[in-house]
Every structure is written in C-alpha cells, then in structure tokens.
Write a protein that binds this ligand. Structure first.
Ligand code: HEM
Length: 151
C-alpha cells in the first residue's frame, strides 16, 4: 500500500510539476527570447519528451489508484473524495489524450513544414488546455488531501 502510494504520488508530481514548469517558467521565457522558427521546434521537442512521461504517469496513477482502491476498500463503499479524485483524473486524461492526438500532432506537422502560423495556433490550443489541466491537477490534489483529512 505504501509503495503503491509512493508510485501514485510520483506520477502526480511528474505530471502536475511538468505542467507547472512548462506553463509558468518555459512559456514566458521562450516567448521573450525566441522567434517562432526557434520557439515552435523547441516546444515540439520539449513537449514530445514530456508527454512520454505523462503517458507513464497516467498509467502509474490509474494502476496504483485502482490497486489502492481494491486494497483499502474492497467491496466497501468508496469515499466520495476518492471517487472525485478518479473523476477529475479521468477528465484530465481525456484532455491530455486530445492534446496529444490533435493539437500536438498539428504542431509537429506545422514544425515539419515550417508553417509557423499553423504551429502558433496549435501551440495556443495546447497552452489553454495545459492551463486547464494544471488547474484540474491542483483541484485533484486539494480533493485528495483535504478529502482524506475530513473522511
Ligand atoms: C492527477 C491525478 C491524481 C492525483 C493528483 C492524485 C493524488 C492523490 C494523493 C495526493 C493521494 C494521497 C492522499 C492522502 O494520503 O492523504 C492519493 C491517494 C489515493 N488515490 Fe489518487 N490521485 C490521482 C488519481 C487517482 C486515480 C485515477 C485513482 C483511481 C481510482 C486514485 C485513487 C486513489 C486512492 C484509492 C488513494 C488512497 C486513498 C486513501 O485511502 O486515503 N487517484 N491520490
């Protein structure tokens, strides 16, 4: 159970921390220092690497989450905060899957064809959806920790 929780928290830290770094640190720095022909390929490379880890984190969060569920509650009623955690995490996962297969693929294609206008549009969509997922990620943490305290 403790090992599952450790892996669970590692998944949450990598996913939410990575989004925080991308949004709060890399985004303003890249926008200030780089023009689209340098900035968009940088995002394509950086996000491509980060997204691989997001897939791993999602797999870890769901596997350990359901493992802990079965272990701690079995057939007993699952507390509302755990259901809420799983529900928000599922919404985050759907948003991520959309980002990966639609705007991120569009960004990759735009960078491949040096189409900076289309690349900028795709990156803008990614930026908005990552901001949404970052807020949902914070909400999941609040639900998990405060809900756990109150339960
Ligand atoms: C972004 C996604 C998620 C985040 C940030 C997150 C965060 C957390 C945190 C911080 C805890 C520790 C709570 C504590 O010990 O006070 C926790 C525990 C737990 N999480 Fe998640 N979680 C996520 C996704 C999921 C998913 C998808 C499931 C699937 C069912 C899940 C099931 C659980 C369970 C069963 C526990 C142990 C609850 C308990 O008995 O205290 N989590 N999670």
């Amino acid at each position: 159970m403790r090992i599952a929780l450790l892996v669970h928290l590692l998944g949450a830290i990598i996913w939410i921390g990575g989004m925080f770094f991308a949004y709060v640190a890399l985004r303003p720095a890249a926008a200030r220092l780089l023009e689209p022909p340098q900035r968009l390929p940088l995002w394509r490379e950086a996000l491509g690497r980060f997204f691989t880890w997001v897939w791993v984190s999602i797999a870890a969060l769901f596997t350990t989450g359901f493992h802990m569920l079965a272990d701690a509650y079995g057939v007993k009623a699952v507390p509302l905060y755990v259901l809420a955690m799983a529900a928000i995490a599922s919404a985050m996962t759907l948003i991520f899957v959309y980002v990966y297969f639609i705007p991120f693929k569009a960004l990759s294609a735009a960078v491949g064809g040096s189409d900076w206008r289309a690349g900028g549009r795709a990156l803008n969509t990614i930026r908005r959806l990552v901001a949404t997922n970052l807020l949902l990620g914070f909400a999941t943490l609040v639900v998990a920790v405060i809900g756990g305290l109150l339960a």
